[in-house]
Design a protein around this ligand. Structure first.
Ligand code: FEO
Length: 173
């Protein structure tokens, strides 16, 4: 049985992860509006991953007899100054999410909640990957600078990203 505090903070995390998906969909829409369909594809794949993250918390609360309570989402930003500004905003958001995961891991320690601690270990590792993958795109766009040709090449490269399943089959409840 999940504790009330852990249940409440995990419900809050479902909102953060779902908002991440919403934000990345918004970024995808922005990139489509600039005819940068590869970057839009990258963001759509990222958004799909975020739904998977939300589902992991959803399933964890449910599997442990807790109560899932979905919360309202804010409207995400819809415009950015440039492609790199959007990816920098994505990195800033991921750093915020990493902080939330760390807070959850700390709570699991305080409450001696081993099941949550094990589940959260996946997220600690995932956040390292999440920050790294967005930073890599920012590095690429910094190299390219204002070159239209370079931005089109980067767009083509980022469009190669394929969305995996929302959850791997072994994680599906
Ligand atoms: Fe679910 Fe990108 O953090």
């Amino acid at each position: 049985m999940i504790g009330k505090r852990m249940q409440d903070v995990m419900n809050e995390q479902i909102k953060h992860e779902t908002f991440s998906a919403y934000l990345y969909f918004s970024m995808a829409a922005y990139f489509h509006s600039k005819s940068l369909d590869g970057m839009a594809q990258w963001m759509k794949a990222q958004a799909q991953e975020e739904f998977g993250h939300a589902l992991r918390f959803f399933n964890h609360i449910n599997d442990r007899g807790g109560l899932i309570e979905l919360q309202a989402l804010d409207k995400p930003q819809t415009e950015w100054e440039s492609p790199i500004a959007a990816f920098k905003a994505a990195l800033e958001h991921e750093v915020f999410i990493t902080g939330k995961i760390n807070d959850l891991a700390k709570l699991a320690d305080e409450e001696n909640d081993r099941a949550a601690g094990i589940m959260l270990q996946w997220f600690v590792t995932e956040q390292v990957e999440e920050e790294d993958s967005v930073s890599t795109v920012i590095d690429m766009l910094e190299l390219v600078g204002d070159s239209g040709h370079g931005i089109l090449m980067a767009d083509r490269e980022l469009g190669q990203r394929i969305a995996g399943p929302i959850l791997p089959p072994e994680e599906e409840a």
